[in-house]
Design a protein around this ligand. Sequence first.
Ligand code: ARG
Length: 426
Amino acid sequence: MSDGTQKLWGGRFTGETDPLMHLYNASLPYDYKMYKADLEGTKVYTAGLQKLGLLTETELAKIHEGLAEIKKEWDADKFVRHPNDEDIHTANERRLGELIGRDIAGKVHTGRSRNDQVVTDLRIYCRDIVNDTLFPALKGLVEVLIKRAEGEIDVLMPGYTHLQRAQPIRWSHWLSSYATYFTEDYKRLGQILHRLNQSPLGAGALAGHPYGIDREFLAEGLGFNSVIGNSLVAVSDRDFIVELMFWGTLFMNHISRFAEDLIIYCTAEFGFIQLSDAYSTGSSLMPQKKNADSLELLRGKSGRVFGDLTGFLMSLKGIPSTYDKDMQEDKEPLFDCLTTVEHSMLIATGVISTLTVNKEKMEAALTMDMLATDLADYLVRKGVPFRETHHISGECVATAERLGLSGIDKLTLEQYQKIDSRFGQD
Ligand code: ARG
């Protein structure tokens, strides 16, 4: 008979687990984060068992009381872990046995496997993170970009291609370009959320439920929008994790480019913006330094999130159907990705809402040569083909350069007309 401190799967084993193997195998140090999802899953699952007549109403009530108590313990950071606890599922079940007695707690896993349990927890966990943290944080970032764009609509700056001055743009245009990227990220996340919110519960270890539990009932009770019909897929599909991490990677790609722009803009050479002290740090050696560490970290951490995705893809490829322990390797990169992404959103929001803009420096960087394309368009309006006007405008730039003038605006009308007689004629 188990005394509740043995491993929950220990029945067929006679030897002890190697101590390092226990640590190597244990996921509780990180999957405890899913405690709420795990308890919710068990609550609804046991209601399903009761519907089948596998639990009495009194037993169900006791189980639900026990689960509520365990949630309180986790919430208050008072849950006491047992050295034999392997993961969040076994830890919660062990504790339930201590609270309500192992005769009743021993029934909650009837027909369920940790294979459908873990992936149910993961899907609930991801859904909650998307709804409760990622959506609000991303919305906050977009809002702050739009607010600044509205407030500083009159600030002009050079727009760049190849990091060379290209054409004048509004600072607001730059701000709203990233608001656009992040809005697309928001929409893309909504699509992923819809796909991940499907129920694997009731699929058993792989081959389905021996008692025919009502899977629709379980899905509805847990707020899923549908049931994953194929039980093999239900337990072994981790595409939603890959998709979410790909999403995080793409978001961090946007954040990294955003950060890179701002790093350039706040150098002394550009001087377009200044970061607030809240998002900068100093140098331990050079007293004058103010470093844009927040931005460098946004850029640097993007690499780490890419690594989370590719690392897990490597673990996932080539594993045979259906559940294999390799899959436990989904959690650390996923959690790392989600936390890094959320924190990056909050840092980017703080950076944008507190930086100061040096309007004069931005405008001083606007040279008249940046209107060379407009000059070409001026002749287009007079009926000259663009290929020709492009060439003529280039000649104006070259002439000004040859004459040692600071820009095309310094050429006289006569000099213009010498290049092309159609200048100045209506
Ligand atoms: N801790 C495991 C994981 O994260 C739970 C599933 C274990 N299932 C099993 N059959 N050993 O994937």
